[in-house]
Write a protein that binds this ligand. Structure first.
Ligand code: FMN
Length: 274
């Protein structure tokens, strides 16, 4: 069976699919004038579904991106510039969480959206680990502090990151400033050999980050844990990151116990127009 399934009763031969295809594997048939796959197109197709998305007539389906799983865009749900700007500017790093577990179902719904983030070559090779077990989270935070404690012995490191000794002091005083007592940590990871692995998972994590408030959840990028994960194979194992997965990023997740009322200012951008 061909990858492309063209409903000839709907196709108007307007060639949108041909012009759109990023892999240039669709052409117009010299015989009947309908779109068809070029020779070798099966291997070249990146399964992005643009041919399905771009057809105004619903005439194109794809064996791996079926039209039935590709819903129409609902114009009523589109947002304007002001809504988009406020939505993006109001995303905050949440560090105060309720002592309330995050339902696995909600984590699944977040990942369900994050999987639509773009990936290089449409590889879609990101994997996810969701840690909700309190004792495991505490162990992970403690191992991270062990790593910070070592780092903080180097004055050059402390000069560059003056908050590190505070992380250790807070932990020793009984406060977790690594994971902020978040009831969940989600880790996105990808296997070695995926050329755009770290970028892909960072974008996907950003999708998850942006989606979380709609489910009543807050997030915070766990940069300290990320540093420790990169340095410590036992910590990577404790965090459930599979072997052979050099790319990863963890994010704290939980119900906000805090609310924001303003959009804080940031540095003016440096832009070079050429
Ligand atoms: C890559 C990255 C790593 C971060 N790591 C941490 C972290 O380990 N702990 C923390 O409390 N905040 C962390 N943050 C949050 C930043 O401090 C925060 O984004 C910044 O202060 C701006 O605040 P906002 O996110 O609310 O706009 C991290 C953010 C990013 C993007």
């Amino acid at each position: 069976m061909s990858l492309l399934i063209v409903d000839q009763s709907k196709c108007e031969k307007d060639e949108f699919c041909v012009r759109e295809c990023p892999a240039a594997v669709i052409r117009i048939s010299a015989g009947d004038g309908f779109p068809e796959l070029v020779e070798g197109g099966d291997a070249g197709c990146i399964r992005c579904g643009h041919c399905v998305a771009v057809c105004p007539h619903g005439a194109m389906s794809h064996a791996d991106v079926p039209i039935e799983s590709s819903p129409e865009i609902r114009e009523a749900l589109e947002i304007g510039e002001a809504q988009a700007a406020q939505f993006l500017r109001s995303r905050r790093s949440v560090r105060v969480f309720k002592d309330k577990p995050v339902e696995k179902e909600k984590i699944r719904r977040l990942i369900e959206i994050a999987r639509y983030a773009p990936t290089g070559g449409n590889s879609q090779m990101i994997e996810w680990v969701a840690i909700t077990d309190k004792s495991r989270l505490k162990k992970i935070a403690g191992l991270t502090v062990d790593w910070v404690r070592q780092l903080a012995k180097d004055p050059n490191v402390v000069a560059a990151a003056p908050y590190l000794p505070m992380v250790v002091a807070a932990w020793d005083a009984g406060f977790d400033s690594v994971l902020r007592n978040a009831p969940a940590v989600v880790v996105a990871c990808a296997a070695g050999g995926i050329m755009t692995g770290q970028t892909d998972l960072t974008i996907a994590m950003t999708y998850l980050d942006l989606m979380a408030p709609a489910l009543g959840l807050g997030t915070c990028w766990a940069g300290l844990l990320q540093g420790a994960l990169a340095a410590s194979p036992p910590l990577k194992a404790a965090a459930g990151i599979p072997e052979g997965h050099p790319y990863h990023y963890p994010m704290m997740l939980g119900y906000n116990d805090i609310k924001y009322f303003r959009l804080p200012e940031r540095k003016a951008p440096k832009i070079l127009y050429l």
